[in-house]
Design a protein around this ligand. Structure first.
Ligand code: FES
Ligand SMILES: [Fe+2]
Length: 361
């Protein structure tokens, strides 16, 4: 296939995609829920910002900035009293909204507030919303929002490239053949579900045409549907369905310093009742981890050495370009401060958009 040179020259460098200083406002994973017991407070650094996370007696998780608004002591050294956090240094106390409720040497507390952030728990994880008010629920699969899942954690990993670049692996059609040696022809259809969510679904039957896929075809009578649902360009949920066991794999990623990635995979299976169903799910989780490990090994070299720069896109890269455009349209925040990143004024609105309608001869 040839590159259409006219489209190639009209492309602009993305401003948010693969930018080590930027991320999209959204929900990001913090730590497994089970790692934070009632009455515990812990330090965390998320997207460059120092925070503390604690669980009060009411079991609710609170996340606030790490440094005390009095003199800057680190609040993870403090202690939890009921649902409130007391700084260890001069014993000022803050409630779960961050409001100062006690200063021991004064009759009345001062009207000051410790910055708190919206939190939620789901998929066995604590999550944080990186803005004032959540604009979305936690990441979910649109058609399956009501479904009950069994959950298990897969891999926790660090990669030497940006989360956006890690996630496009799942829609990089060419590399299924070249890196993973899968004899599949994968062409994606995209659906922008909302401002923060884009879904790519293969429109080719991946059971078709090769001896490898004959085995799959004999096991599954309906076309196997591969799709990935991206939230904020940082969390992706891969689904194999509709009749493929009800298995989904969430890749929850966040940006580390120098444009690296910290990630956690979370496997989800349609809940099955009775002992046999539960054992069956455990078996599928086990197999999924084995297969997942294999795929991760294959991609290891890519993530360790790539300097992403899509200089020469072809038709087979179309889904990647659509993903880049989708990220460019979301609310960009700056790493570490979480302030709004400046949006450069474009001479023409359309120039903000990468051409993703490549046609190849
Ligand atoms: S620094 Fe926290 S109370 Fe003084
Ligand atoms: Fe891959």
């Amino acid at each position: 296939m040839n590159v259409n040179s006219q489209n190639f020259t009209s492309m602009r460098k993305p401003k948010t995609f693969n930018n080590p200083e930027r991320f999209v406002e959204g929900w990001y994973w913090v730590m497994p829920s089970q790692n934070l017991r009632i009455g515990e407070v812990k330090p965390v650094t998320i997207l460059g910002r120092k925070l503390v996370v604690y669980r009060g007696q009411d079991k609710r998780v609170v996340i606030c900035d790490a440094y005390c608004p009095h003199m800057g002591a680190h609040l993870a050294e403090g202690r939890i009293e009921g649902n409130e956090l007391r700084c260890f240094f001069h014993h000022w106390k803050f409630d779960n909204q961050g409001i100062c409720v006690e200063i021991p040497c004064l009759d009345e507390p001062l009207p000051i507030k410790l910055k708190t952030w919206p939190t939620n728990e789901g998929y066995g994880m604590i999550w944080i919303w990186t803005g004032e008010t959540p604009q979305q629920p936690l990441p979910f699969i649109p058609d399956l929002q009501q479904q009950q899942f069994d959950i298990t954690f897969g891999f926790h990993f660090v990669k030497n490239c940006h989360p956006n670049v890690v996630l496009i692996n799942a829609i990089d059609a060419q590399h299924f053949n070249t890196v993973h040696k899968l004899p599949l022809e994968v062409i994606f259809d995209k659906e922008e579900y909302n401002h923060n969510v884009i879904i790519f679904t293969n429109i080719t039957d991946i059971r078709r045409g090769h001896s490898f896929t004959k085995l799959i075809r004999s096991l599954f009578k309906h076309p196997i549907n591969y799709s990935i649902c991206y939230w904020y360009g940082s969390t992706g949920i891969v689904s194999l369905g509709p009749d493929f066991l009800g298995l989904h794999m969430m890749f929850a990623l966040r940006l580390l310093e120098s444009g690296k990635t910290e990630g956690q995979t979370i496997f989800m299976l349609k809940k099955r009742s009775h002992l046999f169903g539960r054992l069956f799910n455990q078996l599928i989780f086990w197999v999924t981890k084995l297969v997942g490990e294999h795929f991760i090994q294959d991609d290891e070299k890519v993530f360790r050495t790539i300097r992403f720069d899509l200089k020469t896109p072809i038709k087979a890269d179309q889904a990647i370009m659509q993903f880049i455009n989708h990220i460019e349209q979301q609310k960009p925040l700056l790493w570490s401060t979480w302030n709004l990143a400046r949006r450069e004024v474009e001479p023409q609105a359309t120039q903000n958009q990468w051409r993703d309608d490549l046609t190849n001869d």
